[in-house]
Write a protein that binds this ligand. Structure first.
Ligand code: TLP
Length: 345
């Protein structure tokens, strides 16, 4: 089976497992796990922030950041397809008591004017707007890269209105590798930035939140409150260090594979996709013209050995990753050709 459901499906390689087995550990709730501390230092350095905090998941990284920047009854501004509101089980409302204002983006990307217009004026009828969350790359947008100048323009709006900015950078290194823009250049516009080790970077578990020292102290307390304080987590951090040392530059291969899939899909009957929109490792395509549901198409693909996920009743997503070799991608292209040609017949 070729599994392109997500880049979360990657498994730790033998060398990564070896690094995990050899990891020096301590009790991280006491701040005494040397491997976790090394990972946090490395993450902070990579993003040009003072400090970082290792957390179990990207969801926890986002939700701790929401909690940090807000009080119950506040409003946060997000793009309508953002992970923080689409795929986190209502956590912003459930755990932080905030309401969310969803703005429609172009493939996930917002305009500064849209954000400016959505910020609530001070009036006792209104919830205070206290946080803007951006996502780079944007998952539902199709792996879209946030243009750096757009981020800079949004930063200006946030600063002028005294509102914090959080970046869900689950796949920030995909943007870094695709553009050649250093992570520090993206990160400097945000108070908090999270990124995941367990997606394209290939670690089994973990994300980091990077910020200034004072915020990281507060985040550490909130992590305990949310149940994310871990003990001998160095075993996991070792996988993260290995991922950062070995698996960043190779993301470029995943991007090439995604473009290959997109070019194939663009030729197929019943499929609508603009390959120019595939910027990183995510390929989202429309299947309305097959007149089949996403579930029917997924079942037909699975029967031939290819796993994808639905993104809506008429769109599917394929994600390339380090466990999908060029051969796997060629096989995936052959399966897509077979299935869509048959459905059209
Ligand atoms: N995304 C997963 C699913 O939850 C949809 C995937 O398969 O893409 N931010 C972004 C942009 C993400 O794509 C994800 C995971 C997260 C945060 C959450 O990370 P985890 O799964 O570690 O909580």
């Amino acid at each position: 089976m070729i599994d392109l459901r997500s880049d979360t499906v990657t498994r730790p390689s033998p060398a990564m497992r070896e690094a995990m087995a050899q990891a020096e550990v301590g009790d991280d709730v006491f701040g005494e796990d040397p491997t976790v501390n090394r990972l946090q230092d490395m993450a902070a350095r990579l993003l040009g922030k003072e400090a970082a905090l290792f957390v179990p998941s990207g969801t926890m990284a986002n939700q701790l950041s929401v909690r940090l920047h807000t009080r119950p009854g506040d409003e946060i501004i997000v793009e309508a397809g953002a992970h923080v509101v689409r795929y986190e089980s209502g956590a912003a409302a459930g755990l932080s008591g905030v309401q969310t204002c969803w703005l429609p983006g172009t493939r996930g990307i917002l305009q500064p004017e849209q954000i400016d217009a959505a910020i609530r004026p001070p009036d006792y009828h209104n919830p205070p707007t206290t946080l803007i969350c951006l996502e780079n790359t944007h998952n539902r947008g199709g792996g879209t890269i946030y243009p750096l100048d757009r981020i800079g323009a949004i930063r200006k709006v946030a600063e002028a209105r005294g509102i914090a900015l959080h970046l869900d950078g689950a796949r920030l290194f995909n943007a870094v590798v695709a553009t050649g823009i250093p992570a520090t250049e993206y990160a400097r516009h945000f108070e908090t930035v999270s990124f995941c080790l367990s997606k394209g970077l290939g670690a089994p578990v973990g994300s980091l939140i990077c910020a200034d020292k004072e915020r990281v102290v507060k985040l550490r307390r909130l992590r305990k409150m949310f149940g994310g304080g871990m003990r001998q987590a160095g075993i996991l951090a070792a996988a993260g260090l290995y991922a950062l040392d070995h698996n960043i530059a190779r993301l470029a291969e995943d991007h090439t594979h995604a473009k290959r899939l997109a070019a194939t899909l663009a030729q197929l009957p019943g499929v609508t996709i603009d390959p120019a929109h595939v910027e990183t490792n995510i390929v989202v395509f429309d299947i309305s013209e097959t007149r089949r549901t996403a579930d029917e198409v997924l079942a037909a693909l699975k029967a031939e050995g290819l796993l994808l996920v639905p993104f809506s009743p008429t769109t599917l997503r394929a994600v390339t990753h380090l466990d999908a070799s060029s051969d796997h991608v060629e096989q995936a292209c052959a399966i897509l050709k077979n299935v869509f040609t048959r459905l059209a017949a």
